[in-house]
Design a protein around this ligand. Sequence first.
Ligand SMILES: *Cc1c(COP(=O)(O)O)cnc(C)c1O
Length: 362
Amino acid sequence: MTRITPQPGIMDISLYQSGAAHVAGISNSIKLSSNENPLGPSDLAIEAYKRAAFDLHRYPSSDHSSLRAAIAEVLDLDAERIICGAGSDEIIAFLCNAFAGPGDEVIHTEHGFAMYRISALAAGATPVEVPEKERITDVDAILAACTDKTKLVFIANPNNPTGTMIGLAEMERLASGLPTQAMLVLDGAYAEFVDGYDGGAALVSARDNVFMTRTFSKLYGLGSLRIGWGYGPAEIIDVMNRIRGPFNLSQSGLDTAEAALRDVAYAEHCRAENAKWRTWMANALAEIGVQSDVSHANFILARFGSSQEADACDEYLKATGLIVRKVAGYNLPKALRITVGDESACRRVVHAVRNFKAGEDT
Ligand SMILES: *Cc1c(COP(=O)(O)O)cnc(C)c1O
């Protein structure tokens, strides 16, 4: 028996469950379990990725200046206040490792993203789960849960897996009400899907206790490359850079992300297609008795009458080659999260759920 023991908290971490990608015995299955862009990345991004192949012997940029400058230019932000990470997952880890430790509390919401809890525990801090109100972030409940030990408050806006979001006034009220030692982290993984929403960037610029995380994994279709970034107060960015590995991103990732970001027309096309098929799928499912909250992201949270029905529908979909996401681990056992695919995928989902429902009645 080894006497080499892990740090406190580590063994409380349950392994992250990623979305399934295949069904045994089915070749033309469609993966709708990880909120990936069904249209893939921009052609310009793919070109940049291919070009990067010729420089694989070189170490990547360690200050990410070119990508940070591009983000600053396209989104009108201050490049000095941007930090890039291996996915926004790594930004979340930097925040927890730099600002929360044993004795500190890290707040996340009832149906919030699993990485907040995982990264808090990995840092030795105590995750604190706060209820949501009908699957919507509850600012009053969060403020009531704050103590003098609260260091970080994570909310995804729009939230995953609910797809709901709170408005600017509520975000502001939350930031204003926090104890002075606590920072609000707005996870904007799905911000690009919301027309006219800046992910909370203006709030970050205006205050010294708000941080925003963003990713290239969702709208930009680059989940494989692991590129995310954060925007925050200059002092916070400085602290985080001290624990960031100097070569945490590959040059191919940096170049590809920059090309994707600059292809504004393609991003707009993806946003519009997502909105169109999201509405279509949500309405079509509602017509056959499967309700969902209005989603602001690239998935919908389909609600069933019971956890048994949700599980049975998941099995039925799987048998027809449609892979969606069970979210019992997010305290939503009666629901399934379904990524908005392309037109044919959305039609297949509705067709299959209709058949499943019809089968239940017989
Ligand atoms: C997908 C997702 C992320 C992060 O993804 P990365 O690929 O690590 O950038 C972060 N937050 C939420 C809420 C997500 O759904």
